[in-house]
Design a protein. Structure first.
Length: 271
């Protein structure tokens, strides 16, 4: 992994006035990268440059994280999706590719379902349709993450993100374990937003060509969700990384980024 990248912030305004920090780097067609729950744009450090041969990458700090405002309200995957649209509007971008992982994949579902004209191609990673149809993590995972000892809970989260063999050669620090600057109310808001996500009824309306990626050993968002999403979204292709956990995009970076790049630039991608 690389160290924390320093990118300049620009700001957009959400419908409720919340200031939304966003970052853009590289040249080419716009690619929006959406991070996981209670994380900021650093989730994509060391990965975003994989796409700079063909795309400029756009990240954002969700409300409650990073340099964005941290309001008491407005935490839902639907609102996060509207915040993405506010960022695109501020940048003057009519249409973009969208790649969302974990909770970012849940947000991306709403962006594509509610604003199909704004999404050229969609990539969903390690995510779920949510609601009663989604396959949720089991009780042992929830207990491990809710331990009163913060260090023990952080170690449990790290183990869910990365396989032990990968961690021996990649000792961190890791950028996917939550924004340390997010206040408690924002972390709670993000948790509730992810838990309450339910896009099941909206998924058949996603007409954008979609690539779905998942780690085969993912206990945070069990891999059965890949098949559920693929069956529900009309135009999909899928790939499973058999040995990867939740953060497949880092552990299998070379293969995952190559798959995404090939999908985004494949024949017909301009449709």
């Amino acid at each position: 992994m690389t160290g924390t990248e320093r990118l300049p912030h620009a700001f957009a305004r959400a419908q409720d006035g919340t200031a939304l920090a966003h970052q853009r780097s590289g040249d080419g067609a716009p690619l929006v990268l959406l991070a996981g729950q209670a994380n900021n744009h650093h989730w994509w450090d060391g990965i975003r440059e994989d796409f700079h041969g063909t795309h400029s990458t756009i990240t954002m700090d969700y409300r409650g994280t990073g340099a964005s405002d941290k309001p008491e309200t407005g935490y839902s995957t639907e609102q996060f999706a509207e915040d993405v649209i506010a960022v695109l509007d501020a940048l003057g971008i009519e249409r973009a590719d969208v790649y969302g992982t974990s909770m970012g994949g849940r947000v991306a579902q709403w962006v594509a379902a509610r604003h199909p004209e704004r999404v050229r191609r969609l990539v969903l990673g390690c995510t779920s349709p949510g609601g009663r149809h989604g396959v949720e993590r089991d009780a042992s995972v929830r207990r491990a993450l809710a331990q009163p000892d913060p260090q023990a809970a952080r170690e449990a989260l790290t183990d869910l993100m990365y396989s032990p063999s990968w961690r021996t050669t990649h000792p961190g620090p890791y950028n996917t374990l939550g924004d340390p600057g997010a206040p408690p109310h924002a972390r709670r808001g993000h948790l509730l937003a992810s838990n309450r996500h339910d896009a099941w009824d909206a998924l058949p309306g996603i007409t954008t060509p979609t690539l779905i990626l998942h780690g085969g050993q993912d206990r945070m968002a069990p891999p059965d969700n890949l098949a559920l999403l693929a069956a529900r979204i009309p135009d999909t292709r899928t790939h499973l990384f058999p040995e990867a956990r939740h953060a497949y995009f880092e552990e299998c970076r070379a293969e995952a980024s190559a798959l995404v790049s090939a999908f985004l630039t494949s024949p017909g991608a301009s449709n």
